[in-house]
Ligand binder design. Sequence first.
Ligand code: TRP
Length: 335
Amino acid sequence: MADQKPILLSGMQPTGDLMLGNLIGALRNWVKLQEEYDCLYTVVDLHAITMPQEPKLLRKRTLDLLCLYLAAGIDPERSTVFVQSHVPEHAELAWILGCTGTMGELSRMTQFKDKSQRQGKNIRAGLFFYPVLMAADILLYGADLVPVGDDQRQHLELTRDLAIRFNHQYSDTFTVPKAYIPEMGARIMSLTDPTSKMSKSSEQPKSYIALLDPPDLIRSKFKKAVTDSGTEIRYDPEGSPAISNLLTIHSALTGKPIAEIAERFSGKGYGEYKVALGDVAVEALRPIQEKFKELREDKPGLSKLMADGARLAQRRARRILDKVKRKTGFVTRPR
Ligand code: TRP
């Protein structure tokens, strides 16, 4: 428990289906990071409601995502795995931090600008406040490192600014976190448009492979994946972005170098290659799907897991939050 390893925290929103891009780009990396770091992985359901959510679906997706973390290899014996809303300290610290941040700072967040445009006239105040909640997630545990995608860099910068400001205004309280940049991040692109990233928020289900897609659907999505105007199986992201994307996925799933795969399929047609890749993906996802099903159906096991995770997380969070409240000038609640 009294772990001297650097602390690392990350989270995903329980919105949309978790897909191949998340597995290859993030989740598999999280699994590896467990070897070197004291990891906390959370399902950020409080963030999810910055966009409209159907309550039933939110509940289902929260449990699904938690089980997918574990099915992919996050080990609750080694890492702290929890649901964000089970630890109310997140919302509490977000409020306090929000009172140190400024409207100007938050107005500069590009993700807010993008997402608020999509909400039209009635923009949720929570969407504006979103980065402050994310800062709270990170600072509450004294995280040293945060693996995030490019789209979250600016939020991490804000987190650092808020931490530095608080430390300066009061006294040293927060660890100032750094972005963790993985050595090689294979960028997985959409199957219907290889120029855009494969995204779980895409409206087009054919553009991505969800981790829980049934085998037949996986095969058919690969069969229908767009291909380039050429005919050759070769890696050339500029000239043949579609087939290059398929080779990237293939390589990420098998651990084989792209060149070796391209060599093996040289002279074969796109159709035949896509069938082979469909089979590879089905086999690669099978163990995750099996593990998922087992975890997801074990209701008591899942409850215990969530209770344990929340307890561990909360114990850590409270230590820092208590300090923050004391320094801010709140009267300590008599016990
Ligand atoms: N905002 C992140 C995303 O959408 C999710 C997130 C919330 C997060 N809190 C976090 C990621 C803390 C890393 C650390 O991807």
